[in-house]
Design a protein around this ligand. Structure first.
Ligand code: HEC
Length: 190
């Protein structure tokens, strides 16, 4: 005897089986074959508000490798972002001024010209605004920015370099950050 319930069960089972087979076929077919390997763009984008110049790049590089940027004049940006370690420091957690252990790992600085946001939680929107974080963080460079400006202002080679690159503006946190950001944008993977 064929009951209505039996018919309904058979039809439902047949439907489920059809759906399962069809959907697995669709998934298998939808897998796109990779066509080419990732390649970074050939030119580095610099923002209109902070255009590239060779002098600004050179100033940024000098500042990036200068330990005077830290409170105790012992740590430069390159201590934690070391080109010999892929622009990191080879440690699990960063170690800052006064041997303070940071709660986070120092990330590489490669290809940041294309980064939509910076820091592990994305709280810095641009490379220019990011510079303030490591300069002042107690577990990074622990610097007093006014003291740093006075220190750089007492060095004639910095006074001249800043004047050449920023004729109207001279040494300030903004010009220092602009120069470092220009240098950083040019750090790209091979
Ligand atoms: C004591 C080690 C240390 C020093 C010194 C240091 N950094 Fe970092 N840097 C870090 C750590 C740790 C992070 C991740 C921090 C976070 O996400 O909160 C970081 C993150 C960054 C990032 C974000 C990278 C990304 O992928 O989002 C940039 C850019 C950066 N640092 C640039 C600099 C510059 C410029 C200097 C010098 C002015 C500097 N750092 C000095 C440890 C350091």
């Amino acid at each position: 005897m064929i009951s209505a319930v039996n018919i309904a069960t058979t039809v439902t089972l047949a439907l489920v089986l059809t759906l399962l087979t069809t959907s697995s076929c669709v998934t298998a077919q939808a897998e796109p074959a990779p066509t080419r390997a990732f390649q970074r763009p050939a030119t580095v984008p610099h923002p209109e508000s902070n255009p590239y110049t060779p002098g600004k790049f050179a100033l940024g590089r000098k500042l990036f490798f200068d330990p005077r940027l830290s409170r105790d004049n012992d740590i430069s940006c390159a201590t934690c972002h070391n080109p010999a370690h892929g622009w990191e420091d080879g440690r699990a957690l960063a170690v800052g001024s006064g041997q303070a252990v940071h709660e986070r790992h120092s990330p590489t600085l490669e290809n940041l010209a294309w980064a939509p946001a910076l820091l592990w939680d994305g709280r810095a929107p641009t490379l220019e605004s990011q510079v303030w974080f490591p300069l002042t963080a107690h577990d990074e460079m622990a610097q007093d920015v006014r003291e740093l400006m006075a220190e750089l202002g007492a060095d004639q080679s910095y006074v001249e370099h800043f004047r050449d690159v920023f004729p109207e503006r001279g040494i300030s946190l903004i010009t220092l950050s602009a120069a470092i950001a220009t240098f950083e944008r040019e750090i790209v993977s091979g």
